[in-house]
Design a protein around this ligand. Structure first.
Ligand code: GAL
Length: 470
């Protein structure tokens, strides 16, 4: 079973070509991108899966086995996986639980066993499994479960360990069964590079309705955040709600919007798959993607998503009629608390909360013991890498890495968090406690403020690690 296959104990991280390059895939693209991931330090902050999306396929042979496109991949898939493994990466591929893939190449429906055998023989470590051309085999959770379970079983039968990532766009209540067969499951139609513009192609008009999950494209950051809100708790070590690949660095959003997008994906424990074309990586994009204090939230060994404690629409609306503010919170390892202030109003906002509200899930009306504790507040973006530093890295100057830049292939996030490694803590900016329980922050338009709270009371952790994380 995928959820206890030992993989994705924290949300998977890596890169996937689809958002920026679509079908324009090749051997060179994968190898060149891996080089950038390696040399920019992104592999070492955690992005270790290189995932090839749709359009790699050739014909299916008379023997029933799938071939790859030999023009795009002249040396073959095993060559690519060997190269990636040598560089310390894992290799991901894509197929669809349908007659064809979404780009109309050969799908795997009813070919699961042979296709899984091919992936295993090519050294594949990860399968993204899509939903196009499913031949009408959807409509109830059971029908969809069976179709996706066929590939789960086929992967298990190969004996090769592969992270299994479902991509059925949230249909048929996948969040109710994804965990039993897969390591992650998409919860929405395809993301697009816009913060909050509603689009009829993303078919849910009210993303807050948990029953309104349907395929589609052009789902904005805010649309997806609002969709996952009612079932954030479905993700846990081994299986995660997948909010879709990152748009950070694609060019359609402001820096603040990308910071908000990245922060929320980390706090909600979505897989973090970079979607930008890394051959054109800019210093500014790098300084979002490589913030170890934010990635530490994503890779927290407790694996608990934030939950929303406030949503307020009584704010300035933009030309799409959109505008709201939200507060999210949740526990962090070892006994910290995360608070995220999300400003999706059409102006800068001062947002205020207090200890009673932050700990409302631990006890109503201020009854939670934690609201009586003393807490130091750390801003997780205050230490964002300077752009000039990032530029130097992209020009091949690796000095920054010699000076103790956080490297998760040497020290795990869990170990570093356990000893409060300061590179993961951000910068101390405030203190709250029973005498001054309020936390009030100015949040720019379309952005977040994200804080780690450290408990000074000496109380032990509220939540324990699961057995496998100990
Ligand atoms: C969509 C999927 C995208 C991408 C695309 C490929 O269904 O959601 O992430 O994989 O197909 O054709």
């Amino acid at each position: 079973m995928a959820h206890n296959n030992g993989l994705a104990r924290t949300p998977q991280m890596g890169w996937n070509n689809w958002n920026s390059l679509g079908c324009d895939v090749s051997q060179d693209l994968l190898l060149d991108t891996s080089k950038v991931l390696l040399e920019s330090g992104l592999r070492d902050v955690g992005y270790n899966y290189v995932v090839l999306d749709d359009c790699w396929q050739g014909e299916r042979g008379a023997d029933g086995y799938i071939n790859y496109n030999k023009e795009k991949f002249p040396k073959g898939m095993k060559y690519i996986s060997d190269e990636l493994h040598d560089m310390g990466f894992k290799y991901g591929m894509y197929s669809s639980a349908g007659e064809m893939t979404c780009a109309r190449f050969e799908g795997s429906l009813d070919h699961e066993v042979k296709d899984a055998e091919s992936y295993a023989s090519w050294g594949v470590d990860y399968l993204k499994y899509d939903n196009c051309f499913h031949m009408g085999r959807f409509g109830t959770p059971k029908i969809t479960f069976d179709r996706y379970n066929a590939m789960s079983q086929a992967i298990n039968a190969t004996g090769r360990s592969m992270l299994y990532s479902l991509c059925n766009w949230g249909e048929d209540y996948v969040h109710t069964f994804g965990m039993s067969i897969a390591n992650s499951w998409r919860i929405s139609g395809d993301i697009y590079d816009h913060f909050n513009r509603p689009d009829d192609l993303c078919s849910c008009t009210d993303p807050r309705d948990p029953h309104c999950v349907a395929p589609g494209t052009h789902c904005s950051i805010m649309n997806i955040i609002n969709k996952v809100a009612p079932y954030v708790d479905r993700g846990s070590p081994g299986g995660w709600n997948d909010l879709d690949m990152l748009e950070v660095g694609q060019g359609g959003m402001t820096d603040n919007e990308y910071v908000a997008h990245f922060s929320m994906w980390a706090a909600l424990k979505s897989p973090l798959l970079i979607g930008a074309d890394l051959r054109e990586l800019t210093p500014r994009t790098l300084t979002i993607l490589n913030n170890p204090a934010v990635i530490a939230v994503s890779q927290d060994p407790m694996g608990r998503s934030v939950a929303r404690i406030r949503q307020d629409f009584n704010v300035k609306k933009d030309r799409y009629g959109q505008g709201e503010i939200q507060i999210w919170t949740g526990p962090l390892y070892p006994n910290d608390q995360l608070v995220v202030f999300l400003n999706a109003a059409d102006e800068e906002m001062t947002i205020t909360t207090d200890l009673n509200e932050i700990f409302v899930h631990e006890g109503p009306e201020g009854s939670a013991p934690h609201s009586k504790h003393e807490w130091d507040i750390y801003d997780l973006w205050a230490d964002r890498m300077d752009e000039r530093q990032a530029e130097k890295i992209l020009n091949g100057d690796t000095q920054v890495f010699q000076k103790g830049w956080f490297n998760s292939t040497e020290t795990s996030y869990k170990d570093a968090l356990g000893r409060r490694d300061e590179r993961l803590m951000g910068v101390k900016v405030a203190h709250v406690g029973p005498a001054q329980p309020e936390l009030s922050v100015i949040v720019p338009r379309h952005s977040v403020k994200m804080f780690r709270m450290q408990d000074l009371s000496g109380a032990g952790p509220r939540y324990l690690l699961s057995k496998q994380e100990l």
